[in-house]
Design a binder for this molecule. Structure first.
Ligand SMILES: [Zn+2]
Length: 177
């Protein structure tokens, strides 16, 4: 699974395994601090070994891959945008990733502004002048790319860390496809 070299992405949802069977006593939830510990130490090492730009690129691409697979595996309502949004909101809430709202959506131009409150990656962190939710940027771009069939980018413009109480993302279809 992880010991073979590869030139292309190989993740498959089945790689997540049967968590209920594997953790009959502990179950399928854990503390948010453990998730952040994993993510932040990994990012720390990537920055040290490479640089912030490379670390961001890897986080964005990993998030994008996750968003695509998430959409493929978990989203069932793919015909109607409003139904898609409702299902996505429920999934993100039930999985405790965050509380999603669509602030603006211009489906003709394929430009959206989305907010995520109580975001898994950053809510409660000390204030800095950084928007840090690079993985989430990728995740949203992957979700929207998979859902629409067009290549989307997502950029975080406000973050808990930059002083806001929600993370706000601008997503748009990329012209070069
Ligand atoms: Zn954020």
């Amino acid at each position: 699974m992880f010991k073979e070299e590869r030139e292309e992405l190989k993740f498959d949802w089945s790689m997540l395994g049967n968590i209920g069977e594997g953790r009959p006593n502990l179950g399928n939830t854990m503390d948010v601090s453990v998730y952040r510990l994993m993510q932040f130490t990994l990012r720390d090492v990537l920055i040290k070994e490479f640089d912030t730009e490379t670390a961001d690129k890897i986080f964005y691409e990993a998030g994008k891959h996750a968003g695509e697979e998430f959409c493929k595996e978990l989203i069932t309502k793919k015909d109607d945008f409003n139904e898609f949004v409702v299902e996505l909101q429920e999934l993100l809430k039930n999985l405790k990733i965050g509380i999603l709202r669509i602030e603006e959506a211009d489906l003709g131009k394929m430009i959206l502004t989305l907010t995520v409150a109580e975001d898994l990656d950053c809510s409660g962190l000390p204030a800095s002048d950084e928007t840090i939710c690079t993985y989430d940027e990728g995740f949203l771009s992957g979700l929207l790319s998979e859902y629409t069939g067009h290549n989307f980018s997502a950029k975080e413009i406000d973050c808990w860390c930059s002083g806001d109480r929600v993370c706000r993302f601008e997503a748009k279809r990329l012209n070069h496809e």
